[in-house]
Design a binder for this molecule. Structure first.
Ligand code: SF4
Length: 436
C-alpha cells in the first residue's frame, strides 16, 4: 500500500464547509452551523464612537473594549477560550442574511445583494471582525468592505472577472507566472472573511478547491522545481494562513527544499480578520522557513485593534519582516487622514506599508473605484509630510497582465540647460545639476 504523506492525511481532513484543512485527528466533526447564541441587536450606544475620536490612539493591549462589548451583547455564553480559538471563529462565521440581521440593521441595498449571493462572491465574516462593524451605519468603512450591496450586481464594459489575466498567465492551475523570477502560488480558494472588492472573487469562496488538490499542488511544485529562474514564491490564495499548521509546514518545507527558491512570501489578511490564527504553534512553524516575508492586507486604521497588533507582534518577534498591502477604496480609505492613521499605526506595529493598489476593475466594483487622481493626491499628502517609511508604492496592476506599474505625483518637472527641475513636497522648485 502506498505510504500516506502528511499532505494526503491533511487533505483527507479537508472540511468543505469551512474550507479548513486539518489533520484528521484535529477535525472535531462539527459543522459550520450558524451561531446559535446571537441575540437581537439592542439600541445601545455604538462603542465605535471611542475609535472614531481623532484624539484616540490605537493602543496595544489584549482585548479592545469594542470587542468585549460586542461579545457581551451577542455571544454572552461563549467562553474566552472559544472566542480566542481560530477554529471556533471559522466555524461560527456569519454567512447568512438571517445571521447578519441579528447583529445589524440591514439597509435595503444590503438586503437586495444578500438575496443574490449565489451569483457573486459569498458573504462570510468572522465574529471577531463583525465586532468592528458599525451595526447601524451602512456607510461604515469596515462594513462596506465585507457586507455586499446591490452595486455588486452591476457590471460595466470596462470590468471583467479576471482583469489581470491571471488565468492566462497560469502554466498550471493555481500558479501564476508573470514576472521573470517569481511566481504566485494560489494555495487555497478559502478566506475567513470575504472582501467585496477581491481581485480573485472569480475563484475564492466558491468551493472549487482549485488550488487545494494534491494533483494541482504537485504540478505547481514540479513547475517551480523545473524553472530554476524562480527565486521568489509568493504563497497566496484565498488566504494561505487559513490552512492548518501541518499543511503550511508541509508546503513551506517542500518549497524550501527547492535550491533556487531564495525567499518565500505569504500574502494574508488573517491578522486583520482572524488574529486568533496567529498562535504560538503557527509561529513556530513559520520561523523554520526564513527568509520568509509576510504581506498583510490592511484596509483601515480601525483594523488595528489590540488583538491584531498582538498577532503582528508575534510575527515580528519571530523575525518575519512584515509589509502591508492596501486597496484604495472610495469612501472607505480615500483620504490622507485615514491613510496616515493606518500607516502610522502599521509602523507602530512593525509593519512597513508596501503597496497601495488602485482598485482592480473586477466585475461589479465601480462603487469602490476612485479616480487615479485620488491615489496621487494621497501620496502627495504623505511624501515629505511624514516619515518616508510610511509612504507605500502606489501602483496600478495593469489590466491584461501588464503587471504592477508605479505612479508618482509630478516631482520631476523636466529639464532646463542640462539641469533637472524638481518640485518638492511643499511645492517649491529646485534644480539639480545632472551629469549627462
Ligand atoms: S482576503 Fe484577499 S483573497 Fe480573501 S477575499 Fe480578501 S482580498 Fe480576496
Amino acid at each position: 500500500m502506498e505510504k500516506q504523506t502528511p499532505l494526503d492525511a491533511a487533505l483527507a481532513g479537508y472540511h468543505h464547509e469551512t474550507g479548513v484543512c486539518m489533520l484528521k485527528e484535529d477535525y472535531d466533526g462539527e459543522t459550520d452551523e450558524p451561531p446559535s447564541l446571537l441575540l437581537q441587536l439592542s439600541a445601545a450606544v455604538s462603542p465605535l464612537e471611542d475609535f472614531r475620536s481623532k484624539k484616540k490612539k490605537y493602543s496595544v493591549g489584549r482585548t479592545s473594549p469594542l470587542i468585549k462589548s460586542f461579545r457581551r451583547q451577542h455571544y454572552p455564553f461563549v467562553t474566552t477560550r472559544e472566542w480566542n480559538d481560530w477554529r471556533w471563529q471559522l466555524r461560527n462565521r456569519i454567512r447568512t442574511p438571517g445571521e447578519l440581521a441579528t447583529i445589524m440593521l440591514l439597509s435595503e441595498a444590503e438586503r437586495c445583494a444578500l438575496g443574490n449571493t449565489a451569483a457573486m462572491l459569498p458573504m462570510a465574516v468572522t465574529p471577531y471582525y463583525a465586532a468592528l462593524v458599525d451595526r447601524t451605519d451602512p456607510d461604515d468603512p469596515i462594513r462596506r468592505c465585507v457586507i455586499p450591496t446591490g452595486h455588486e450586481l452591476l457590471s460595466t464594459d470596462a470590468e471583467s472577472d479576471d482583469p489581470l489575466h491571471e488565468e492566462i498567465d497560469s502554466p498550471v492551475p493555481g500558479l501564476v507566472h508573470r514576472y521573470p523570477d517569481r511566481v504566485l502560488f494560489l494555495a487555497t480558494d478559502f478566506c475567513s472573511t470575504y472582501c467585496r472588492y477581491c481581485t480573485r472573487s472569480r475563484r475564492v469562496g466558491h468551493a472549487h478547491n482549485l488550488g487545494i488538490t494534491r494533483k494541482n499542488w504537485d504540478a505547481a511544485l514540479d513547475y517551480i522545481e523545473q524553472h530554476t529562474e524562480i527565486r521568489d514564491v509568493l504563497v497566496s490564495g484565498g488566504d494561505p494562513l487559513t490552512l492548518s499548521d501541518e499543511i503550511i509546514d508541509w508546503l513551506f518545507n517542500r518549497l524550501r527544499r527547492i535550491p533556487h527558491v531564495e525567499i518565500i512570501r505569504a500574502g494574508t489578511k488573517v491578522p486583520a480578520v482572524l488574529p486568533q490564527r496567529i498562535t504560538d504553534s503557527l509561529v513556530r512553524v513559520l520561523k523554520k522557513y526564513h527568509p520568509l516575508w509576510i504581506n498583510i492586507h490592511f484596509t483601515h486604521p480601525r483594523e488595528l485593534t489590540p488583538e491584531s497588533c498582538q498577532a503582528l507582534a508575534r510575527l515580528a518577534d519571530a523575525g518575519i519582516p512584515l509589509g502591508s498591502q492596501t486597496v484604495l477604496l472610495k469612501g472607505i480609505n480615500d483620504d490622507v487622514g485615514t491613510m496616515k492613521a493606518l500607516y502610522h499605526g502599521l509602523l507602530r506595529a512593525r509593519v512597513r506599508p508596501y503597496y497601495l493598489y488602485q482598485c482592480d476593475p473586477i466585475s461589479g466594483s465601480a462603487h469602490f473605484r476612485t479616480p487615479v487622481a485620488a491615489g496621487l493626491s494621497i501620496i502627495e499628502g504623505l511624501r515629505g509630510h511624514t516619515s518616508g517609511l510610511a509612504v507605500p508604492h502606489y501602483v496600478i496592476d495593469a489590466p491584461q497582465g501588464g503587471g504592477k506599474i508605479p505612479l508618482l505625483p509630478d516631482y520631476f518637472q523636466g529639464r532646463q540647460s542640462g539641469d533637472v527641475v524638481l518640485k518638492n513636497y511643499a511645492g517649491r522648485y529646485f534644480r539639480y545639476p545632472d551629469s549627462i
